[in-house]
Every structure is written in C-alpha cells, then in structure tokens.
Design a protein. Sequence first.
Length: 62
Amino acid sequence: MWVKFMDVEDGYSAEMWRELFNQEALAVRIIPPIETTGMSDPRELWIPDGKTHVAREVLNKI
C-alpha cells in the first residue's frame, strides 16, 4: 500500500525529490492533479507504507 508523503509545487521539484529518494533505495510515485496542463502544476509524492521512516530520515539528512 502507498501513502501520501508530501506535496510539491511543480513537476520539476517532484522529479528532483524522486531522484533523491531513489538514491536512498526508496520507491516514489508522483501523482499529478487530475487536470494536468504541464510541469508547473503541483504534484503529490507517495511512498510505500512501510518506508515512511526511511523518507523522514532522508529529509533529516538534508
């Protein structure tokens, strides 16, 4: 099961966060809004339910 971890302001930021989390072996799903017009729309980052502690530790590192 996946859980919503954070909201980001645009698709570019979402891709940067995904790359950071992937470097720490953490899977990330980027969920765009239903009516997406481009990369400037906000996104949601979802992570596996059992890995939220890993994502928090990554955020604490930066």
